[in-house]
Ligand binder design. Sequence first.
Ligand code: ZN
Length: 332
Amino acid sequence: MIDPSLPLVDLHRHLDGNILPETIWQLAQKNDLPIAAKSLEDVKKITQIQDQTSDLLAFLEKLDVGVSMLANYDACYTVAYENMRDAKQSQLDYVELRFSPYYMAQSHKLDMVELIASVIDGVRAGEKDFGVKANVIGILSRTFGVETCMDELQALLKYKSDIIALDLAGDELGFPAELFVDHFMLAKDADWNITVHAGEADGPQSIWNAIYKLGATRIGHGVAAIQDEKLIQYMIDNKIAIESCPTSNYQTATVKDLAKHPMPTFLKKGLLVTLNTDDPAVSNIDLIHEYKVAQDVLGLSASQLKQVQRNGVDAAFLSDSDKQSLLSKKTG
Ligand SMILES: [Zn+2]
C-alpha cells in the first residue's frame, strides 16, 4: 500500500489539532488544570471523534480540550516536540506542521510572539531527536475575525525565516477569503508560500477566491472543486495542489459518504492530489490509515497510491534540491 522506496509525506497536519490524549492527560496533571476526565480513556472519549459530527464547527470544538491545556510556553514546546515524536512513530519522512498562534494562546492569554518561539523550538528539537524533516506553517484563524488575524500575522512575521507558508483556517462560511486580502499580501511580501483551507465548508467560488484573491498555490481539502470543471482545469494548468484529508472530510460531514470522496476523480483528471491527516489525534488516525482508506474505501489502485505518494513530494514547500535529497534518501 505504501511504497517503501518513496518518501511518506504529510503536508496538512495541525499540530494544535494533534495534541495526543497522553499529552493532554499529562499536561492536565502537571499543571493541575480542570478537565472533564478521570483517566486517559476518558480523555480519548472527549477529544476524539467517534464517527461523524454535524459540520466543520462541531468538529473543531473537539480540538478545544487539547488547546485548553496550553497553560504556559513549556506546554506549547511539549506539544510541538511530541508532534515530531508522533511524526516519527507514524513513519513520516517529511512533515509540514501548521498551527494558529492565536488559537493556542487564547485560553491562557499567552503572548503570541513567545508562544511561536516555543513551538518552533519544539519542532526543531524534535526534528533533530527523531530525524524527521519538518517545516512550519503559520495559520490565521479566520473565526476570530479580521483584526485578530492581523495581530496573529504580525506575531508570525517576527519569525519570517522560520516559517515556510501562511494558511487560513476556521469558519470558511462565516469569514470568506476576500476579508483577508491585506493579510496575504503581506505574506507574499515575506516570501511565504500560501495554502488556504477552501472548498471544505463552502463551494467552488471559495477556492477561486483563495487562488485569485489570496494567491494560494495549494488548497486545503478543496472538496468542492468537483463541482466546477473550469476550476479543475485551472488548477491542473497552474499546478495548484489539493491537500486531501478524506477521514477528516467524512467526520466534518463535508463528504457524507466516504466512498464518494472526490479524490479518485481528481486523480483521474490529473490534479496534483496529496493525501494528509489534518488533525490525526482528534480523528484517531495516522497517515498510513489514510492510505488504507484511499485503497479500500476510495478504491485507488497501487499505481494511483504511488502517484499520491509522489505528489506529496512534488507539492511540498521544499526547494528542488531538498525534494531530491528526500527522494534519494529513500532509494538509498
Ligand atoms: Zn486543516
